[in-house]
Design a protein around this ligand. Sequence first.
Ligand SMILES: [Zn+2]
Length: 227
Amino acid sequence: MNKHAGRRDLVVAFDMDGTLLNGRLVFALADRCNVREQVISMMSKSNMYGYEKSSAIARLWKGLSRDDLLEALYSIPLSRNARETVEALKGYGYAVGMISDSYDLAVEHLASILGMDFGIANRLVYDSSGILTGELVMPLGWERIGCRCMNSVCKRFQLESIADRLGISMDCTVAVGDSDNDICMLEQAGVSIAYRPKSLAVRGKAMHVIDDLYDVVDILQDNIHHY
Ligand SMILES: [Zn+2]
């Protein structure tokens, strides 16, 4: 039996792109398809909601195969200490996983490599030959809880659902992210951590700002008496 089994009532949710991965899957895919400019311009559109952008960007991947997607994933290095951090957190008995607005194939693959307990993402649709159709099945969730994020994956909804499923309060949740799409989960988590935040908004929403993922372990060790 794990000597820290008593701490299983803590859940740590990581973002993938820019947090566990030192890069973004959509850019790795865009570079393979020579559409980086298009992706950047779609991402910066102010007249589209997040989920509309995700849906539009996914259409660019029509015709790619699972292998294309995995090769793009493999081209992105893990962030420094990503593996060590997840290993340490799991060693303490915490439930550790990923809540990402990237794609299921990549998120499940990375979650499996890192030995994580859960991986939540958008689902890509394939035709009968295993080729992407460009469609995206988005979990959403903001419409159910009144979150204003309007993203393809409402990370707050997902974090709340996981906590609910594990029967723990939101005080015992930890969120780690770097971008604006992480804000709604950072706002609700018991402990919010911004890893190399990409905007002032993200930095401002987090209780802790870190430059090394392993700081997550140290922060939780310092805070453990609260749980
Ligand atoms: Zn949300």
